[in-house]
Design a protein around this ligand. Structure first.
Ligand SMILES: [Zn+2]
Ligand SMILES: [Zn+2]
Length: 339
């Protein structure tokens, strides 16, 4: 077999097209991955709608990839055919630019993003830079692994670097694709975990995921409720609603931190006195690089953290994408290639 199926976008806002292509060969520093599963992330809109600057079309989206290394290019060290791997948003780093030399690989000026600067995982095969690879442990299926290398690493890595210590209170704002993983990670890391979402219907889910406390942001004063349980060392904001983020700020404990993961269009309102008087802070967090994804996969494997998924075959990518965009999916939509 020398042909493969890919689902591509040929222009901004164009439809998904299922086409056949030659199976590509990996160049130096690259590997070819036989894709088993690829999660659909809201950030795939950047490729679909062309809102990420400089995308060259046609482009295959997909940065929640799980599969098997199938061919290894020249000069690749440490990766061999047959290894199970994941590839997330971070599409690789050069190792020699200034941010890389300072250890900030996530900020590499090379700027490789899977499914955006090169073709991603809505395909039977894809080529990835070897620095983008995370080793996938036995015991996690490809469908389980896909969402963990984007939604998973974003929440796991921000939480583990948040400065909060086991036993302290972490509040997760939003209970969707990111939030339902964030609650599980917070619980397994030993935080007293508060889930915040709109309406009472998500309370049973929050409790099932292990949360200690649920706040219905439509019926309750979020900040007051957080203070009632002692204040949050961290509020992990997975929503894209600036107002909801601002409303949680006053619920931060002394030295507490609002960590912004979702990207609202409108600016955040932050009362300066709250920051000064309680030495509180607002920070953003970039999801992570390949080794962070690998740690996420490993932690999830042994702690039992799993995304709830809805699975579609690759050829129904358009329908699966619409399902993700509807906001009704519980909670991550994943494509499978059947190989
Ligand atoms: Zn993503
Ligand atoms: Zn670099």
């Amino acid at each position: 077999m020398s042909k493969m199926r890919v689902v591509q976008i040929t222009q901004p806002n164009g439809p998904f097209e299922l086409v056949e292509r030659e199976i590509p060969e990996p160049a130096a520093g690259q590997v070819r991955i036989k894709v088993e599963a690829c999660g659909i992330c809201h950030s795939d809109t950047l490729t679909k709608e062309g809102t990420y600057p400089g995308i060259q079309y046609p482009r295959v989206p997909g940065h929640e990839v799980a599969g098997i290394v199938d061919a290894v290019g020249a000069g690749v060290v440490g990766w061999t055919e047959g290894q199970r791997v994941g590839v997330g948003w971070h599409g690789g780093y050069c190792g020699h630019c200034e941010p890389c030399r300072r250890g900030n690989f996530f900020a590499c000026v090379w700027g490789q993003v899977t499914g955006i600067t090169y073709d991603g995982g809505y395909a039977d095969y894809m080529i990835a830079h070897s620095s983008a690879l995370a080793l996938l442990p036995e015991g996690l299926s490809a469908v389980e692994a896909g969402p963990l290398v984007c939604a998973g690493v974003t929440t796991f890595n921000s939480l583990r670097n948040s400065g909060a210590r086991p036993g302290e209170t972490v509040a997760v704002l939003g209970l969707g694709g990111l939030g339902h993983l964030a609650v599980q990670f917070a619980v397994k890391m030993g935080f007293k975990t508060v889930a915040i979402a709109r309406g009472s219907d998500k309370e049973p889910l929050a409790m099932k995921l292990g949360a200690d406390h649920y706040i219905d942001s439509q019926a309750q004063d979020v900040a007051a409720e957080l203070l009632r349980v002692g204040g949050a060392s961290v509020v992990l904001a997975t929503v894209t609603n600036a107002e909801a983020m601002s409303a949680a700020l006053a619920g931060l404990a002394i030295n507490g931190k609002l960590i912004v993961l979702g990207a609202p269009h409108e600016p955040l309102e932050v009362p300066a006195f709250l920051l000064i008087a309680g030495r509180r802070s607002v920070a953003g967090w970039y999801s992570g690089t390949s080794i962070d994804s690998q740690d996420t996969l490993s932690f999830s494997r042994f702690s039992g953290v799993r995304a709830m998924t809805e699975v579609y075959p690759l050829e129904r990518a358009a329908e699966a994408y619409d399902r993700m965009m509807s906001g009704k999916a519980r909670f991550r939509v994943v494509l499978t290639t059947g190989q």
